[in-house]
Write a protein that binds this ligand. Sequence first.
Ligand code: SAM
Length: 257
Amino acid sequence: MNNDSKSIHEFDFNLICEYFSSLERQGPGSPEVTVKALSFIDNLSDKSCIADIGCGSGGQTMVLAQHTAGRLKGVDLFPLFIELFNQNACLLGLQNRVQGVVESMDQLSFKDEELDLIWSEGAIYHIGFQRGLAEWKRFLKTGGFIAVTEVSWFTEERPSEINDFWLDAYPEIDTIPRKVAQMQQTGYLPVATFVLPENCWTEHFYAPQAIAQENFLKKYTGNSTVESLIASQRHEAQLFDKYKAYYGYVFYIGKKL
Ligand code: SAM
């Protein structure tokens, strides 16, 4: 495997964090899509408790907070993202009900049935879709909602270049009907599923990275790890452009039965 085809998961996490910390969001998505997903959730009030797991620096969390009234806790493994998250909450005057904490998604400290809503954009793959749905369920009240985005196949068959790339990066990638069935099998009523529009990748994820990449390469001139990290990000963007008919991010929204 040459460096360009290395997946993001194979690089040092601190380097990845530093690179992504200069961006408003760390995965594909958009404010419009966050608001659209929220429109399927009808159990919220100013007493609600919401968690955003793998929140990063909080791009989507702040949108969520601006469209809900309850308390919101963002959880991420990386202190730098949580520092930025809490700064962003303060800048928006949301610090009294929005708080970021450093915690791992496989060792969450929520109490059983504490939450009305679990949110997670572009992050559940770190624990795995099925495992995340199953393990996080106990933190939700009955009738509570989960809303996650997950990379998914659009077709049953794919060209081998993209098939092999994603199976190597995330073996749990699957088609939308199979992901919905997994949600149902884990004890949720699948409430809504929709594909994120292309601009969630191009305009909101890859375009801002072009500037970040130049800055990062300048800061770390001659650093071969940084050069390969950037090469792999550029390669991923090129693959998306070439094969976007075959895969994308999908919002899966379920209600705990
Ligand atoms: N939700 C953000 C967004 O859409 O912009 C961030 C998505 S980013 C692709 C994935 C996030 O998961 C990163 O912020 C990363 O630090 C976080 N993460 C990775 N492993 C984690 C873990 N074990 N527990 C909590 N967060 C984790």
